[in-house]
Each structure stands twice: as C-alpha cells, then as structure tokens.
Design a binder for this molecule. Structure first.
Ligand code: ARG
Length: 581
C-alpha cells in the first residue's frame, strides 16, 4: 500500500530535483503533519540557504514543478515557505480499496530481508517468572511478530538462565527430597519459588549442605553425566512451567527457541582465548578483564568487564560475549535485539563494546538492547503482593481475567453467551488487557500495573480495541454481509470517511516504524488511532441505514478495511480478538 507520506515525499523530491538539479534527488523533503492539509513539506525552508534561494520562492517553484496527477488535489505555499499538500479523495478511496483487496493489507514485504535474532523472555530455571519477565516476553513476542510480518527472517531466542552456581544447591535439594518429586505436578518442585527458597535456606544454614552444593557445581561444570541428568530434570520442570505461561499468553515461543546460558558453556573457553589472543583481555587484580573505551567509574577509573573471575570461573558477561560471537559467526545475524530489563543497560553497552573491540560487531551487524522498564504497583514501587512478596504470574493473570469478567458484564452485547463461550471471551479480554497495557507504553519507561485502568472498555486499552473490532463484525452479521467479501467500491463523501481511510493507509508505515525501532507501542498508538477514527466515522455515517446502496457498499468496505487493520494490528501485538463480544 503506498503510504501517503512516501508517495508525497517522492513527488516533492522529483519536483525539487527538477528545480535545483539531480544532486537534490535524494534530499529529505521534510514531510510533516499539517494543521491545514493532509501533510506539509518543509523542504524549501530546510534547503533554501544551501541552494541560495529565498524559501518562499523555492517553495513556489517546487509547487510549479509538482506532478500532482490524480494524487494531489491541492498544493499551496503558506507562511515563510511551507508547502501544504492535500491528497485527492479519489486516490485515497482507490488506495483503501486496493489495500482491502490485498491479503497483506497492501504492505509489501521488505526488499532486503534481514536475519534478525529477537531474544526475549529469558526467565531463570527453578524460579517463578515475575512481572518483569512477563513484560519482556510480551514486548519481545510482538517485536518478533512485527519483523516477521515485514518479511524478515526472525529467529526467536529464549536465553533462559539454566546454568551457574545456584544449580549446585538446587540439585542437592532435589536429591534430598527425592527426584521423583519432580514428576508430580503438586510437588514442592512444581512450586518453583518454594523449591528455590528451601534450597537457599539450607545453603545458608547448613554448612554440610553448602559444601555438597559447591562440590556439585564443580561436577556440573566438569560435565559429570549423573549431575547433568539431575540438572536436566530441573530444567525440564521449568520448561513445562514456562510453556504453560506462554500458552496462556498466546506467546509464540516454543522449546525449539530455547538457547539457554548452558548452550554456550563449551564456547566460553574459546571465546576467552580469542579475547586474550587479540590482546583485549588482560589480567587485573587476578581476574581476566576487558576495558572497553569510554566506560569509567566515579573517579574516572576505567571500568572492567570481568571475563574470568579470580577463581577461574566464568560469569554472566562471559556467556553474553560467547553469545554475541556465536550469533555473528554461526547464526550470521544481521541484527540482534535483546529484549531485557532496563537495569541491565550498562551490562549490554559494555558487552557490545567489547564485542566491537573483538570485531564480532561492526557496521554490518547491529546489536541493540531493547530495554524494558520496571513494572510498578499503584504505590509507585516495584510490584509486590499486599504481603510484600513477589507477585505470582498465574495469580496475576487469574485476577485480570476475573476482573475482565466483571467489566465485560457491564457493556452491551448483541447476544447471550453460554458459559463456555463467555469464559473464552473473558479469558481473551483479561489476557489481552494485560498484554496491551504492557505494549502501549514506551517499552523503556516504567509503568504502573493498574487493573482498573487496563481492563476498562474505554480509553487506550486492549478491551476497547477488541470490542471495537467485535462491534464491526456485529454490523456485518446484522446486515447479513461477509466482511471478507466486502469490496466497495469505496467513495469518499463525508469528512469522517476521508479521515478514516487516510488513517487506514498509514498501516504499513506504522508497522515498518515499529519494526525499525523495535518499539511495538508505536503500532499500538496507531491501532488506537484507527479505532478513534472509526468511532467518529460510525457516529457520523450510518452504515446499514446508508442513504443508498452505493454508499452502503462503500461504508461496508470501509468497515471491513478497519476490521482487518484492527485485527491484523492487534495480532502483531499478540492481543487476541474474539469475533463476538
Ligand atoms: N535470565 C536473565 C534474567 O532473568 C535475563 C537474560 C537476558 N539475556 C542476556 N543475554 N543476558 O535477568
């Protein structure tokens, strides 16, 4: 679908080249939203000085050379040299109809697809997932969906924390309670938090247990088969638990996407060796360190990335360096996106800096930390239960669904739902509300987890958007029409029709921008703006009661295009859309 902004940009650029010469063919036409027209081009103001022209004169000349064709209805210069551009109604209508007829809503796949590794979720084995993991999971999944839709080769990567010293005590605790406990769903293993805490308590209070645990770590790292077998039991219990969470959330991660920290274990040695060979890793205070340029502490002293601890052990940074190296050398990624909590920002900056020193990252390979802000309680502090404990994910989702049920019963419905259907819808509303709340806020900002706000059927919420889509489907049912068969032709009569169609044409640009920046909230804002434009349309333009058949067909086509845009947009956000509500 030709995005209006791109279409106008191309035409202004051509006019500019005609006026100032071919060297200006690549200039930025500076297209911006306008109060007086659909868009405005501010290029005359931006380039006048360089071109040695008066801005207003240059603007006049650009307009004189503008190929308006049947695309641009009006081009006017205003103020010091703004060029106000108004698209023709016929063009808008035609483009909207074409998008509707296209299964990708007129969004072509990117010309040069990249291999993009999207790393997200990455919870820790033998620990309950917390709301922080919930958010990285939800945001990461949307980033993966968006990039995939754009035509990139996306590799989902779940970098679970499945290695390291805690496994010594966890394995010993498992042996103490009997490993068959892991097979029972009601056992103390299935309650991961309790299991972890029990192990921790023994570790802190029982020196004999602590010593056994330390020996167990050594055996784990040496690859002792029996120890690895026990370790795998713990990993498997955790995976089962992660998968229940993913299934409930409708997250697209599978076991095949798991490349946990343990995956890189054998690569740690060679990675460190390469850093030593390249003279990047040096011994400092007994530890092997790299000092990436530009990172200094409070006193101006260079900050180290510790690559091998004094005791010879590797750490979190070593694993991440091995991970970058593997993703570049073996997976041949063009871009890697780390969807991980904002508190780890410095860690990633420093790891990436060392990876650049080693030549693993360069201008051809993009590595970016997509930081995820903390989730706060309504008191503005890190989300906790009333008793002060960490909030269990399953309980949080249960509460969301329960509250969604109450909110659902308060909005009008076209039909009575049986218990089972209602339960399904309400589940989608509750989960959708939580997901959309995570997605609609800029991902790096903290946000307050507030059930009342996110579950409302009004405002910028998941339920509002789900309900809007379902209402459109209900129009088609009432009119005995099929949204998939609506084809127009579309004609623009009312300003609300025009505004809606123009919004719909922005879909491709919104998805592309969200993919480029790895920021799903941009797509969320767009989807919300479509629902808003639709509401204005619906209030002003009767659909089933349209004055004539032609108008009715056109409005049904606009409804169908809106429905597809809402559903596709929400799908890319990972928010489910019940057909009836
Ligand atoms: N498991 C870590 C945590 O829960 C997140 C891992 C992030 N990814 C990475 N490549 N370091 O905090």
């Amino acid at each position: 679908m030709p995005d209006p902004q791109l279409v106008l940009a191309a035409r202004v650029r051509d006019a500019l080249a005609a006026v100032l010469g071919p060297s200006y063919a690549d200039a930025d036409p500076v297209i911006r939203p306008s109060q007086f027209a659909d868009l405005q081009a501010n290029v005359a103001l931006a380039l006048a000085k360089k071109a040695g022209r008066k801005p207003r004169e240059l603007a006049d000349e650009i307009v004189a050379h503008l190929d308006t064709g049947d695309v641009i209805a009006k081009a006017e210069v205003s103020g010091p040299g703004f060029i106000n551009l108004t698209l023709s109604d016929a063009w808008i209508a035609e483009q909207t109809a074409q998008a509707l007829a296209d299964e990708r809503l007129g969004v072509p796949p990117v010309e040069s697809p990249q291999k993009v590794i999207v790393e997200y979720s990455s919870p820790n084995v033998a620990k309950e997932m917390h709301v922080g993991h919930l958010r990285t999971t939800i945001v990461g999944d949307s980033i993966a969906r968006i990039l995939e839709f754009l035509g990139h080769r996306v590799v989902r990567d779940n970098h679970i924390g499945d290695w390291g010293t805690p496994f010594g005590m966890l394995i010993e605790h498992l042996l103490d309670i009997g490993e068959d406990a892991a097979e029972r769903d009601d056992s103390s293993v299935a309650d991961l938090t309790a299991f972890y805490q029990a192990a921790r308590q023994k570790f802190d209070g029982d020196p004999e247990f602590a010593e056994r645990s330390r020996l167990r770590v050594v055996r784990l790292q040496a690859g002792d088969p029996e120890t690895l077998r026990l370790w795998r039991i713990l990993v498997d219990v955790s995976k089962r638990y992660f998968n229940t969470v993913y299934a409930r959330l409708g997250v697209t991660l599978t076991d095949d996407d798991i490349k946990g920290e343990s995956f890189y274990n054998d690569m740690l040695g060679p990675t460190v060796q390469e850093l030593e060979d390249k003279g990047i890793a040096v011994v400092s205070d007994g530890a092997l360190c790299a000092f990436p340029p530009g990172f200094t502490g409070r006193e101006g002293e260079p900050l180290p990335v510790i690559i091998r601890k004094r005791d010879g052990g590797y750490n979190y940074s070593t694993t991440d360096l091995a991970t970058v190296r593997y993703r570049v050398d073996v997976e041949r990624a063009d871009r890697m996106i780390y969807v991980v909590g904002a508190p780890q920002a410095l860690h990633f900056q420093m790891v990436f800096a060392v990876a650049r020193m080693a030549g693993w990252l360069n201008d051809e390979v993009r590595a970016e930390h997509a930081p995820i802000g903390n989730v706060l309680g309504t008191d503005g502090k890190i989300l906790r239960t009333r008793a002060g404990g960490t909030v269990k994910l399953a309980e949080l989702l249960d509460e969301a669904v329960e509250r969604a049920g109450r909110a659902f019963d308060e909005v009008p419905h076209d039909e009575e739902f049986d218990e089972e259907t209602r339960a399904k819808i309400v589940e989608a509303v509750g989960i959708g509300a939580v997901k959309y709340a995570d997605l609609s806020v800029a991902r790096d900002s903290e946000y307050v987890f507030d059930f009342d706000r996110m579950i409302a059927f009004k405002g910028n919420t998941g339920p509002y958007l789900q309900y809007a889509a379902a209402r459109i489907r209900s129009i088609f049912r009432k009119g005995g029409a099929d949204p998939d068969a609506a084809a127009g032709p579309i004609k623009i009569g009312h300003p609300a029709e025009r505004a809606l169609a123009l919004r719909l044409l922005g879909f491709g640009a919104a998805v592309a921008q969200a993919g480029e920046t790895a920021e799903p909230h941009r797509l969320a804002a767009y989807v919300f703006s479509v629902a808003d434009a639709y509401t204005a349309f619906y209030e002003n333009c009767p659909v089933l009661q349209a004055p004539d058949e032609e108008t009715k067909a056109s409005r049904l086509a606009l409804c169908a295009a809106t429905l597809r845009t809402l559903e596709t947009g929400l799908h890319l956000l990972g928010v489910p859309t019940p057909e009836r509500m």
